[in-house]
Design a protein around this ligand. Structure first.
Ligand code: GAR
Length: 214
């Protein structure tokens, strides 16, 4: 069975590209049926249209308040009948109206090892904090900023001489591997919540293969 994904984006869309490629080459048994952005100028929207993917803007600025934005974006997503909603660089917090429309079926990728560094400028903050390990997280979405049960993480060591851009690039490389992997679990219906924690059927407790660095 091919699952239906709707992907929400706000910017360049490199994670969307990684997901899209993984769907096309059969690593993920799913199809991106719609891309939705709060920003009509998002490069990810234009690129999706070029590829023939249905891409829709719901500009948050045209909404009276957060509630109206939530309702409009929920309607736009629901109309595409998704099995899963994947946030890929979607930079707005979604409210209860949206979350209750797709219970347990919304994933987000965030560029830190949550619960450390939710929000913006994660790489800068990780460097300032002096952490030795950084990375990215895919989690189910709840009403808190970058919050919800963790599905998978990839760890990236912080190397001597790292600056924000170098660290960000190495984390992004891992994001592009991690998100398709989790998307596959979602499409295969293997993600369950037990006692507030995520269990992935058939994966045991084994972490994803670690990245190799010098
Ligand atoms: C990615 O690094 C993603 O993890 C982050 O935005 C970037 C989007 O890049 N998301 C968040 O910070 C969510 N809180 P992309 O548009 O190239 O995928």
């Amino acid at each position: 069975m091919t699952a239906r994904f709707v992907v929400l984006v706000s910017g360049r869309g490199s994670n969307l590209d990684a997901l899209q490629r993984a769907c096309e080459d059969g690593r993920v048994p799913a199809r991106v049926v719609r891309v939705v952005s709060n920003d009509p100028g998002a490069p990810a929207l234009a690129r999706s249209r070029e590829r023939g993917i249905d891409a829709v803007a719901v500009p948050h600025r045209s909404c009276r308040d957060r509630d109206e934005f939530d309702a409009r974006i929920a309607e736009t997503v629901r109309a595409a009948e998704p099995d899963w909603v994947l946030l890929a660089g979607f930079m707005r917090v979604l409210g209860p109206r949206f979350l209750t429309a797709f219970p347990g079926r919304i994933l987000n990728i965030h560029p830190s090892l949550l619960p450390s560094f939710p929000g913006l400028h994660t790489h800068r903050r990780a460097l300032a904090a002096g952490v030795r390990f950084h990375g990215c997280t895919v989690h189910l979405v709840d009403a808190t900023l970058d919050g919800g049960p963790i599905v998978a993480q990839a760890v990236v060591p912080v190397l001597a001489g790292d600056d924000e851009d170098r660290l960000a690039a190495r984390v992004l490389e891992q994001e592009h591997l991690l998100y398709p992997r989790v998307a596959r679990w979602a499409a295969e219906g293997r993600i369950r919540i037990e006692g507030g924690r995520v269990h992935v059927e058939g994966e045991g407790a084994a972490p994803p293969p670690a990245a190799r660095y010098p």
